[in-house]
Write a protein of this length. Structure first.
Length: 394
């Protein structure tokens, strides 16, 4: 299969000594020419050092490189952590011979441990030497923590009859709940766009993709999604039609990555779409969908292939959204489990058995109040999820 690339960008991933067994743990994305940038970050009040650094650097709207490490989050590490984040970016900027402020930094892994910065500094020259247009897969592998597979997507679109490219890579298998969460996502495109245009496009896409997935309900300290645009294609987002065309492709990239993140959830065996309709507004539909998607009782029922629609109804009822329970309809795929708030009986439960054995399906909740609709992607809670997180630091 042809390696995934993006014109005007190079990437790399190497072993710097943070992980065992020679696994890749240090990644880099580099734009051959100056690029504009936009980003969104964690909403958690506890923000990792690299997040704090990037939130300042992003204000310039310019970026040439993103350096990322796995195994260590560099979070809750005080002033030393901030200095280490600066040193990490500095080491890469020196090796690349670019301005220090043009490097963004990202980390993921265990919280509360000091970053072994000396290993990263020592590896920076080799990391830069490893840069290649075909290096995106290596970088995606270097970002992984409890992920079992790298997540990497490439799409093309057209502006004014010419082709543009968007390449995205992401990691994150646990601590995933809106807004974003232990999720790093880097997107490169060869269109030209102003930082404000990029920020609007990115925020729109994240709102319908990465902020609509739930794995375990925990929001991370390190979530970072960055969009780089270097204009290598000669195409510009200079009118509404071009922006709309770009937005559609960006949406596709981030929705695909979001689904891949849920498919690779820690210990996950099922991917389930929670589709709420008939709410008074889209916002109220979203609240209900997220409450159901986050419910441990719903998620364990999904794992157990138990058609327990009552847990779905109970979760909907505590979402803080007004509706009449006697008007509630619930479906597992096309099998109706509850009609007007009452069970559809044992025949429906039997019919749902085949649905629940599928690796992916949809639970639909119709509140029958209005026209508001929203969907959230979730997964099950398995025995393996508990084992993975119980043993995480060991």
């Amino acid at each position: 299969m042809k390696p995934i690339t993006c014109p005007g960008f190079k990437a790399a991933g190497i072993h710097a000594g943070l992980k065992k067994n020679n696994e890749k743990d240090l990644g880099l994305i580099y734009s051959d020419i100056p690029a504009n940038v936009a980003a969104v970050f964690t909403t958690n009040q506890v923000k990792a050092a690299p997040v704090q650094l990037d939130m300042e650097r992003i204000k310039t709207g310019k970026c040439r490189a993103i350096v990322v490490n796995s195994k260590n989050a560099n979070c809750c590490t005080g002033e030393r952590g901030l200095q280490d984040a600066l040193a990490m970016g500095r080491a890469v900027s020196v090796a690349l011979k670019i301005e220090e402020g043009d490097v963004l930094v990202a980390s993921t892994g265990v919280i509360g441990s000091l970053l072994p910065i000396e290993k990263i500094e020592a590896a920076a020259p080799d990391l830069v030497q490893s840069l290649s247009p075909q290096g995106f897969m290596d970088c995606a592998q270097a970002m992984m923590t409890t992920d079992t597979v790298p997540k990497l997507v490439h799409r093309q679109g057209e502006l004014d009859g010419k082709t543009f490219n968007i390449t995205g890579l992401a990691k994150g298998s646990g601590m995933i709940a809106p807004n974003m969460a232990t999720m790093l996502c880097f997107v490169c495109t060869d269109v030209q766009a102003e930082p404000g245009t990029l920020k609007t496009a990115l925020s729109t896409s994240v709102g319908t993709s990465l902020n609509r997935i739930v794995i375990d309900g925990d929001t991370s300290t390190n979530d970072t999604t960055i969009l780089l645009a270097n204009g290598q294609s000669g195409l510009s987002l200079d009118d509404a039609l071009n922006i709309q065309s770009f937005q559609q492709v960006l949406n596709d990239v981030l929705i695909t990555l979001a689904r891949e993140l849920v498919r690779d959830a820690e210990g996950g065996t099922k991917v389930v779409t929670i589709d709420v309709k008939g709410a008074a507004s889209p916002e109220e539909a979203r609240k209900v969908a997220e409450t159901i998607a986050n419910s441990p009782l719903v998620k364990t029922a999904i794992f157990g292939e138990d058609a327990n629609w009552g847990r779905v109804a109970a979760a909907a009822g505590r979402a803080g959204v007004p509706f009449e329970p006697e008007r509630l309809d619930i479906f597992f795929d096309d099998v109706q489990m509850a009609a007007k708030g009452l069970s559809c009986g044992s025949q429906a439960e039997s019919a749902a058995t085949a649905v629940l054995k599928q690796p992916e399906y949809t639970i639909t909740i119709d509140l029958n109040v209005g026209e508001g609709q929203a969907s959230v992607l979730t997964c099950d809670f398995s025995i393996d999820y508990v084992k993975i997180n119980a043993d995480y630091r060991s």
